[in-house]
Ligand binder design. Structure first.
Ligand SMILES: [Zn+2]
Length: 292
């Protein structure tokens, strides 16, 4: 997926936090340590777990960050991965402002999107780069560490890297939609395995990412110009690879016990991304089938 070079981005959709001198420890405590340990066990996304851990110091004490004002155009998004996050946020916000009501989120609000380097305080406790990208329900914000970008670039190359990053932002935005619909709470029963509510919630976020990817070329900048070019078949294949690459069976190894899965298998993540891509967000009821 490529941004139209002349499209206008909205830097205010993303806030960047500088590395703090003290690092981890501000409002962190046990919650922060638990987050890191659990993240090593389950992979890159702690959405269902973070709120249970507590330890957050509340948004009022947190660094508000500054918008990356250098991210102005689609050309910037194509050249710079942090600007790509700004572009993704600009497109996702436009898409979901229109689509959220179709899945029962009548009062759509824009989530916070924070990029950070090293560690940062969140409404879900302190986060480090080891945690990976996550959505924090108490402060309705997405957190992305810049080291994770570098990992994606080195793993997926210059073409797959940006697409993988877009996919990750779209997946986390999906959790924000689930927070608005109330579905996200279902993931917090602590159950795991292929038919658990936690996996259903994760697969629905993948489906929502697919729904956005399909419609992304129709999203507009402030001037009414398309933000993104239509996704190509090759890029769709790359997006599915990105979905597969973050499946629990890849992260934990194929011998991992499926009962411990929190996100779903690579195959299931691709299946639900495709369902959203082909059918839109209303095709994303991962709770309806006996096995999603
Ligand atoms: Zn997730």
């Amino acid at each position: 997926m490529t941004f139209n070079d002349n499209a206008r981005l909205d830097p205010s959709k993303v806030k960047r936090r500088r590395r703090t001198a003290t690092g981890i420890g501000v409002g962190g405590g046990l919650g922060a340590i638990a987050l890191v340990v659990i993240s090593q066990l389950v992979g890159i996304d702690l959405t269902g777990l973070a709120p249970l851990l507590g330890g957050g110091s509340g948004t009022s004490q947190q660094d508000p960050g500054t918008s990356p004002e250098e991210c102005r155009t689609g050309s910037d998004a194509n050249a710079n991965v942090e600007c790509l996050v700004v572009g993704a946020a600009t497109s996702l916000d436009d898409y979901w402002a229109g689509a959220a009501a179709t899945v029962g989120a009548d009062n759509y609000t824009t989530p916070g999107v924070y990029t950070f380097d090293g560690s940062t305080d969140t409404g879900c406790g302190a986060a480090t780069a080891a945690v990976g990208p996550f959505y924090c329900p108490p402060d309705t914000s997405i957190y992305l560490d810049t080291a994770f970008y570098d990992d994606l670039r080195s793993k997926y190359g210059s073409s797959g890297g940006p697409l993988a990053e877009l996919y990750v932002v779209a997946h986390e935005w999906g959790h924000h939609i689930q927070s608005l619909t109330g579905v996200l709470e279902r993931s917090q029963d602590g159950d795991t395995g292929p038919t658990s509510n936690g996996v259903r919630v994760e697969l629905q976020a993948d489906c929502y990412a697919g729904a956005w990817a399909s419609a992304a070329a129709g999203t507009k900048d402030v001037n009414g110009n398309p933000l993104l070019e239509q996704i190509t078949d090759a890029q769709l294949t790359d997006a599915l690879s990105a979905a597969a690459a973050v499946g629990d069976d890849r992260i934990q190894g194929t011998t991992a016990n499926s009962e411990s899965w929190t996100h779903g298998s690579s195959e299931k993540r691709q299946k639900w991304f495709t369902a959203g891509y082909n059918g839109g967000p209303t095709a994303c009821d991962t709770f309806a089938p006996a096995t999603p």
